[in-house]
Design a protein around this ligand. Sequence first.
Ligand code: ADP
Ligand code: 5GP
Length: 206
Amino acid sequence: MTVSSTAPLNTLSLDKTPDLTAPRLGRLIVFTGPSGVGKGTLLRSLRHRYPMLKLSVSATTRAPRPGEVDGQDYFFVSREAFQEMVARGELLEWAEFAGNLYGTPKAPVLREIEAGHWVILEIELEGARQVRETFPDALQLFVLPPSIEELESRIRLRGKDADDAIERRLQRARVEIDAASEFDEQIVNDDLEVALEHLENAIFKD
Ligand code: ADP
Ligand code: 5GP
């Protein structure tokens, strides 16, 4: 099982969400934005409020950051193992980002969608573009920083990337931000609560 959930569906007690326990079609939600913009922070809060939302766990060749747990934050694999997954057609999408490979294991996502669940993919731009081709109905959301300066400050304050990795992430951030208009909605993560509310509205508006 590589799609994680923080609580079973039958523990839900939510006032403003639709009844996601009723039989319904599954849904894929793509969540993209530059590294350090706050995607992980937003998703943690969102899933705390809506535990029925599933988050796909990606495979990566990046080394774990302090505190990251294998199988929970990522599946940390060698480049060889990753390339074998690609060759076997096991990834829904994959891309190279800042010198490392990242990809979404296909089988668990398809299983969850078929079971009627909503699955979030937190992935970078190239992967989002691949998903746009294979799942044109997926909701595509992009998170923007209030400014590049604030983005840099957040990556540095997070304190978990080496200087050269920070530089590569900032260079890539400019390319990603330029592509924000390709997405269904752009969410500016300035005030966290405001961004969270925008995210909730984007996901639950239909
Ligand atoms: P990402 O998952 O996009 O790489 P993170 O969620 O790790 O980004 O956030 C990067 C840093 O920015 C973290 O230290 C986080 O606490 C901080 N952060 C996230 N959202 C905000 C916000 N709205 N205002 C200020 N700091 C934020
Ligand atoms: P980080 O190293 O900061 O955890 O992630 C770097 C970038 O890779 C982020 O933009 C993140 O969204 C993206 N990413 C994480 N998992 C995947 C994945 O499975 N596929 C793709 N394409 N990007 C991913």
